[in-house]
Write a protein that binds this ligand. Structure first.
Ligand code: DQA
Length: 146
């Protein structure tokens, strides 16, 4: 099975960005961890990060559409990108939406995810461990669909 992990805007700064909210773990460490998990489960993995909405959509079309599952952290686009929601809907691949922080415990403008209705499910609030949970969710989905 093939898994795509896609991180949205500002997540490249992880580790020294708002560390009180997001912690000190870097994106590279998160990807390394996911890569290790994937290898252990015989899953092919492709990790990418982009700060631009159009590129996230292109990666969903190009890589996501040909994968068995996508783990997506849309960053701030979560809250207003109908274009990313439509891409998630459009590719037919199940998408696990993930957030490091609990978006429902933060500012009101973060309480709505416009992407979530198009996703298979959402994991939010467990820091870097959110991604590990997302991996197991993806693993479960891929097993069910195989
Ligand atoms: C985030 C939550 C978003 O509200 C925020 O804009 C981010 C990161 C998270 O992983 O907690 O960039 O998606």
């Amino acid at each position: 099975p093939k898994l795509v992990v896609l991180h949205g805007p500002n997540l490249n700064l992880l580790g020294n960005r708002e560390t009180d909210v997001y912690g000190r773990v870097t994106l590279e460490e998160i990807n390394q961890n996911l890569t290790r998990l994937a290898a252990k489960h015989g899953v092919e993995i492709f990790c990418a990060q982009s700060n631009s909405e159009g590129e996230i959509i292109d990666i969903l079309h190009r890589e996501g559409a040909n994968a068995d599952c996508v783990i997506l952290n849309p960053g701030a686009y979560t809250h207003y990108s109908i274009a990313i929601r439509d891409a998630v809907k459009g590719i037919h691949t199940p998408v696990v939406e993930v957030h490091l922080s609990n978006i429902y415990a933060r500012e009101e403008f973060r309480h709505v995810s416009v992407v979530a209705p198009a996703a298979k499910g959402q994991i939010s609030g467990f820091g870097p461990f959110s991604y590990q949970m997302a991996f197991y969710a993806a693993w479960h989905i891929m097993k069910e669909n195989s």
